[in-house]
Design a protein around this ligand. Structure first.
Ligand code: SF4
Length: 367
């Protein structure tokens, strides 16, 4: 290891021990470091210095995708179709609720996580009716639905503002927003991977508006494609600034890019490495000093690596997912229904305390 790197990591350690905020150059030094174990140790230290305990959270949730028809055509996406393709589907609100009720008989989920394609062939009433019917059928289930991009899509369908759309959905029973659609905020990256998607300022405006309305949200970064380390750090710091302003992010979820069935697979792209996944978890925890929870998504990483990530700053292992299609369309091979006992065992073997939570991180059960 170069002498310069040692001193940089040491100066970062001093800041972490003093609970001082890290800057852009610190973030870049961390991203550029090959000493992944040191990053993990620093991130775990940061988590504890900021009051984190041994609890590791998970939620029982049902993943739903009501339509895969999408007008946007992001290059990293293996899920979207056009209406004319044979595998295109769009469930009516009634069909979706019936499906969710059938799933509920099999599992006691407390949360529905739903994201969709941006279907240009439905109206805003499609979304409001869906939320209202889901909420009426399962009033005790938290509805975490629609990315900022989908909320923005609803404004183009309805002519309403972000605030008006969110207010209507909130009145119908919406509980929170997932964090998707953020990708990587840098303009250069957006042009390359998601040229059809709205400007990142829109993503921030939707989340800012949601927070002001009392709707908590989540934030993400889809990494491991064309972005540089600088662009990752820039992305994380923009999230941190937003959290300073509005404070409504419940958790940060780093999403590793899966190239299968996308244009990137044809170009010979590979998965992110385990060490890059751990690095992103660690640096996220170190930079996002105001976001309380960092998730290691076992859907994307697999449970063994997610368990290691618990020593790299993560304190959440996503959940017991009843069904998930988007990352599996892009080749994720993990089991789509992870049994609670198995999650509990993984967390305990990592030396931590498994806690089942609701969406708002209220404790439901601990082992
Ligand atoms: S990532 Fe979302 S917005 Fe982009 S093409 Fe896929 S479904 Fe559409």
């Amino acid at each position: 290891m170069a002498v310069a790197e040692i001193s940089t990591l040491e100066s970062i350690r001093e800041k972490v021990e003093a609970n001082e905020r890290l800057g852009f150059e610190d973030g870049l030094a961390l991203m550029e470091s090959d000493d992944v174990l040191a990053l993990g140790e620093l991130a775990d230290l940061a988590r504890r210095v900021r009051g984190g305990g041994d609890e590791v959270y998970f939620v029982q949730n049902l993943y739903l995708n009501q339509t895969n028809v999408c007008r946007v055509k992001c290059k990293f996406c293996a899920f979207a179709t056009t209406r004319k393709q044979p595998d295109a589907y769009t469930l009516t609100p009634g069909e979706l609720v019936d499906d969710a009720l059938r799933q509920r008989e099999a599992t006691g989920f407390t949360e529905i996580h739903m994201v969709n394609g941006e279907n240009p062939h439905v109206g805003f009433d499609f979304y409001v009716d869906t939320i209202r019917l889901l909420h009426e059928a399962m009033p005790d289930v938290h509805l975490k639905c629609y990315t900022a991009s989908e909320i923005h899509h609803m404004t183009t369908l309805s002519g309403l503002s972000h605030e008006e759309v969110l207010r209507e959905l909130q009145a119908a029973g919406l509980g929170s927003l997932p964090g998707g659609g953020a990708e990587v905020f840098a303009d250069r990256v957006r042009r390359l991977v998601a040229p059809g998607k709205e400007h990142p300022d829109v993503w921030f405006h939707v989340h800012d508006t949601a927070h002001r309305l009392g709707i908590p949200t989540h934030c993400t970064m889809l990494y491991g494609h064309v972005e540089t380390y600088e662009e990752r750090v820039d992305h994380l710091l923009r999230l941190r600034e937003q959290q300073d302003r509005s404070g409504g992010f419940l958790a940060f979820i780093p999403l590793a890019f899966h190239p299968e069935n996308t244009v990137f697979e044809r170009r010979g792209w590979r998965h992110t490495t385990g060490s890059d996944d751990l690095k992103v978890i660690a640096v996220s925890r170190l930079l996002l000093d105001n976001v309380p929870n960092v998730k290691a998504s076992w859907i994307m990483m697999g449970m063994p690596l997610a368990a290691v990530a618990l020593h790299f700053g993560a304190n959440d292992v996503q959940g017991t997912v009843v069904r998930e299609e988007i990352f599996h369309a892009a080749g994720a091979r993990t089991e789509t229904e992870q049994k609670i006992e198995e999650l509990v065992r993984f967390v305990q073997e990592a030396g931590r305390i498994p806690v089942q939570r609701d969406t708002l991180y209220r404790e439901l059960r601990r082992w």
